[in-house]
Structures are given as structure tokens and as C-alpha cells.
Design a binder for this molecule. Structure first.
Ligand code: SGN
Ligand code: CA
Length: 540
């Protein structure tokens, strides 16, 4: 079936379309109107670390289909979140505003779906909108003509989906099903309008359950440990207090997270498919799926109990198990992006669609000895961002190095759709960056604020600023600790320089910049910490 919005756009919207087309095409003027509004496909995975995508780092995973998006488009090398946790990140995407403005400051509170979001504005601008996959906002989606979502975190195997009509369990693997549902929607959408489709995968979220065909992928690889795997967190009190260490069996449970479950133990992994216990990922499987699963994992399980590893040896064994399962779940995402791209090509949609690939945040895959996210350190602050553009925009290729954040998608998509960007949106449209421009008004530093504490993983609340070279973080609540990093000299953030005399001028300068961002973004935390408190020099 061939689809082409360009042919079906109504004449009445031509003026607006002309201006939108010229924004992206760069070929201005009425004499050469671009009678088109691009479709938008926004693909977001859950916890996909930038460093695990081969387009960013070829040392670990192999992701040829995701890499293709980079080859046929633009790779953002400095793409960050505003609050490194799922629900808040999704709320920032929808509103184009920081967490303190959209109210979704942590995973617990419900997102207020009555507020302004860009999918609603796109609808008003004539787009049809659809959302498939993970949602995790604790309230019902608004602003989507069609939605089909996983409850909460959702399940890898035989997951339940629901929409405004009913709840259905679908047999199979989450990533495959989300792709099928997305393609099914593309088969039936209203071709008289452009569309915006949000594909939100569950993978590669914890507990990293690979798809059955991928159980043995990477089996013979021995991955290099990150250099700071055995970090002892000197000078970083909040990092030391966090409960996300691979080495700790309290933090990373071998049974649930690494699946060394022998079929009898009491484990969160187990659950029970027969009674519909959704907690146990293994318990959800059918007998056939379990048999296939066990053909691989029984070897892992027997080796684990035969060897009785401890200390460093156990930690390093856990890392190998963890990264392999993690990368296997990433492979299912990559394969499914290949399937989607093939479909878009065959249906003719590829050339009328902009495709964005990103994650709700980054992730630690052994750096600092950790898994999970939440911290403002690089691996979880960063998130992948690749934007594939139709072939006729082939002059927009390569890397964008400016600092972008997840609040920037909303204004970007609105500009692309020719819809006015409301003045209360805090992000900036990155369309000029896609065109290779370097606007003088582009931000010079990003602002970050994480506030889910006390909670799982025990990462203390913190806010901070990062520019192209330096990072300043203030951990607060049951702690009062400042950290400062020179990312050029210390990209792994092992040396907190907050008390280093050589950096005091730089620290004072970046604190001034932080105060400006606190005011610009109007974070109420600025009422808690006065200017004097923030500017105070930290000494022994
Ligand atoms: C679950 C995970 C955590 C994770 C949160 C938030 N535990 O609770 O490790 O930090 O989700 O993740 S699990 O054992 O139940 O998997 S988020 O991506 O949704 O923010
Ligand atoms: Ca996440």
C-alpha cells in the first residue's frame, strides 16, 4: 500500500505548510512551496544507554538498524535529560517543561493530563496522534487519537496492554508486539492528515529479559570492565550511599536480575503464569517458552551454584551476565527498528516521515560499578538522540554538538508541524540544529533536577548545571554536598574538585550561571537555597 501525505494535504493549509516546508528545506519562498508536513515517528526505549549503541560507541553492542538512523540523518552527541527517571522524563517530553513546572517530579505522583501537551497542540494543528507501548505516567493518556499502553512498567513476556475500551493480554515478546501494533496502526491511519506516532518500548528496562531467539547472542564475548568498575566513591558521599552496585546482592539480585533461578526458589522472577501473577517475569511464560528459556539458563544456573564465587570474582561475573542480558534486550529493539524501517520503505512512508530515536534516560552498564540511572553523572544524564530525515534532506547529516535536552522535542515537533510554540514551553526547537546552524541564542548550559528520595536505589535529591566543559551538582535533603567536575580532564567523574583552589574562579562562575538558570526556569528550589548559600565557597 502506498501512502503519501504530500498528495492528500488540503489546499487551505498551504500557506502554513509552505512556511514549515521552507523551515526545514531551507528553500524559502512562495515560488517553490513545499506542499508537505512531515509525519513524525518518535521511538523511545526505556533505559537505553548511549554508550551501548554502536553509532555512539562500538566497544559493546552491535545495533546496525539504529546506526542506520544516524547514517541517514543526524547524531546528537550532547543530548541530555532534565531528570533521569522514567515518568518525569516522559512528562518533560510531553510538555516541553522541566519537572517542577509540569508537576511530575518523580515516578510516584500522577501526571496531570489536563495540562497543555504538544500531542494536544498537534491534534489542534491537524495531526493525528497515536501512542503504543510504555506510558508509566499514573494517569490515562490525553492528546492521542489512539493509544494502547502497558500498565506501569509492563512485562517482557505475554504482556497485558490496555486502551480506553479494554484490556488484552498479547502472547509473545513486548518489543515484537509493540512494533506489530505500531505497523498495524500505520496500515489503517487516516491518510488525509499527517501523523505523529509514538513508539515507546519497554526494553531494555530491568530485569533485562531477552527474547528467546536472542538468548545466546554475545555468549562467547568477554566484555571489558569499565575502568571505574571498582570505584570506591572517594569525595562523592551521595554516590557511596546509592544502592545500585552490581557487586551487591542486595542491590542487584542474582535470582531476579541475573536469572539464576533453579525453578524452586522463592524469587520475584518466579510469579505464576497459571494464576496470572504479573510480578514474576518467568512465571508469565507459557510452558513452551519456559522450556526454551531453560535450555539456555539451566547451564548458567548450574554453573552459578557449582562455583560459589565471591568478592571481586562474583562482581565481575555478575557484570558479564548483566551486560549480556542487557545487550540482548537491546538487540530486540534494534531488530524491530529494522522491521519498522523495512515497512516504512515498502509503504512509501519513509520519505514523508522524520524518525527520532531516543531513550527516556541513560543508564549505567558497569560504570562506577553500577546499574540504574537517576544521577546527574554522564552515563545517566546523557540519552541517545538520532534523527533520520527523508533522503531529500541528505544535506542534513553528521553530528550536532550543541547541548540539547528532552524538553526540546515538544517545540521542535510543533515548529515542524507549523503550530505556534506556546511561550510557556521551556525547551528550544532543535530544527535549526538539524540544518547545521549555530544560533547565538542556543543554550550554553543545561539545568537538571532529580527528586525521588528516599526511594529504590537511594539516590539523594540533587540539582545542577552542566556546560560544554564543567559540571556542578548540589546534593541536598539529608545531605548538603557540592560536587564539581572538569569533564575535559576527568570524563569519568572520579575527582570532585569542589575544594580545589585551582578551580575556585571557575566554580564561582558556574554558580552564577546556575543562579541564572534557576531564575530562568523558575524552579522553587531557589526559594530553599539563597544566593548566598549557593555562592558560599566549600572548604574543609
Ligand atoms: C523498577 C526497577 C528499578 C528502577 C525503577 C524505575 N526495579 O522499580 O530498578 O529504578 O523501576 O525505572 S525492578 O526490580 O522492579 O525492575 S524507570 O525507568 O521506570 O524510571
Ligand atoms: Ca527508564
Amino acid at each position: 500500500m502506498l501512502k503519501n501525505n504530500a498528495l492528500s494535504i488540503k489546499a487551505g493549509s498551504l500557506a502554513m505548510i509552505t512556511s514549515v516546508g521552507s523551515m526545514l528545506s531551507g528553500c524559502a519562498g512562495r515560488e517553490k512551496p513545499y506542499v508537505e508536513r512531515l509525519n513524525i515517528i518518535y521511538i523511545m526505549t526505556d533505559d537505553h544507554a548511549q554508550q551501548m549503541i554502536s553509532a555512539y560507541n562500538s566497544k559493546y553492542g552491535h545495533t546496525p538498524n539504529i546506526d542506520r538512523l544516524a547514517e541517514e540523518g543526524v547524531r546528537f552527541t550532547n543530548s541530555f535529560v532534565t531528570n533521569s527517571i522514567c515518568g518525569p522524563s516522559r512528562a518533560c517530553l510531553l510538555t516541553g517543561k522541566h519537572s517542577h513546572k509540569n508537576g511530575k517530579i518523580n515516578n510516584e505522583v500522577a501526571f496531570d493530563g489536563s495540562q497543555q501537551t504538544f500531542p494536544k497542540l498537534l491534534q489542534q494543528g491537524g495531526y493525528q496522534t497515536a501512542l503504543i507501548g510504555k506510558w508509566h505516567l499514573e494517569s490515562t493518556p490525553t492528546g492521542f487519537d489512539h493509544w494502547e499502553i502497558l500498565p506501569g512498567q509492563g512485562d517482557y513476556y505475554n504482556p497485558v496492554f490496555f486502551n480506553d475500551q479494554d484490556t488484552v493480554q498479547r502472547m509473545g515478546y513486548a518489543t515484537d508486539i509493540i512494533t506489530s501494533l505500531s505497523i498495524e496502526w500505520l496500515e489503517h491511519y487516516d491518510q488525509s492528515k499527517p501523523f505523529s506516532l509514538f513508539i515507546h518500548h519497554k526494553a531494555p528496562h530491568r530485569n533485562w529479559m531477552p527474547n528467546l531467539p536472542d538468548l545466546r547472542v554475545y555468549e562467547d564475548r568477554e566484555f571489558d570492565l569499565p575502568e571505574n568498575f571498582h570505584d570506591t566513591y572517594e569525595g562523592r558521599e551521595a554516590a557511596r550511599a546509592a544502592e545500585m552496585r552490581i557487586a551487591s546482592n542486595h542491590d542487584m539480585d542474582p535470582l531476579n536480575d541475573l536469572k539464576v533461578y533453579d525453578g524452586t526458589q522463592s524469587s520475584r522472577l518466579r510469579g505464576n503464569y497459571d494464576v496470572g501473577d504479573s510480578l514474576g517475569q518467568y512465571g508469565r511464560m507459557t510452558p513452551e517458552q519456559k522450556a526454551e528459556w531453560n535450555r539456555y539458563y539451566s547451564g548458567v544456573v548450574s554453573d552459578f551454584y557449582a562455583r560459589e564465587r565471591s568478592g571481586k570474582e562474583l562482581a565481575e561475573w555478575k557484570y558479564q551476565r548483566y551486560i549480556k542480558d542487557y545487550l540482548r534486550t537491546c538487540k530486540s529493539v534494534d531488530d524491530n527498528i529494522g522491521i519498522l524501517l523495512d515497512y516504512l520503505e515498502e509503504s512509501g512512508l519513509l520519505e514523508s516521515t522524520i524518525i527520532v530515536y531516543t531513550s527516556d534516560q541513560g543508564f549505567y552498564v558497569g560504570e562506577h560499578g553500577w546499574f540504574d540511572k537517576r544521577f546527574m553523572y554522564e552515563e545517566s544524564l546523557r540519552t541517545p538522540l538520532l534523527v533520520r530525515l527523508p533522503d531529500r534532506f541528505s544535506h542534513y547529516r553528521g553530528d550536532v554538538t550543541q547541548l540539547v535536552q528532552n524538553i526540546d522535542h515538544a517545540p521542535t515537533f510543533l515548529e515542524l508541524a507549523g503550530v505556534e510554540i506556546p511561550s510557556d514551553i521551556q525547551g528550544q526547537s532543535y530544527l535549526p540544529l538539524l540544518k547545521g546552524e549555530n544560533p547565538s541564542t542556543w543554550r550554553k548550559a543545561i539545568y537538571y533536577h532529580y527528586q525521588e528520595y528516599p526511594a529504590e536505589h537511594m539516590v539523594k535529591r540533587h540539582y545542577g548545571i552542566r556546560d560544554q566543559r564543567y559540571k556542578l551538582i548540589h546534593f541536598y535533603q539529608d545531605i548538603d554536598a557540592w560536587e564539581f567536575y572538569d569533564l575535559e580532564k576527568d570524563p569519568a567523574e572520579m575527582h570532585n574538585l569542589i575544594k580545589d583552589p585551582a578551580y575556585q574562579d571557575e566554580i564561582a562562575r558556574i554558580k552564577e550561571d546556575l543562579l541564572k538558570l534557576l531564575e530562568q526556569y523558575d524552579d522553587p528550589i531557589r526559594k530553599v537555597f539563597s544566593k548566598d548559600e549557593i555562592m558560599k565557597v566549600v572548604a574543609d
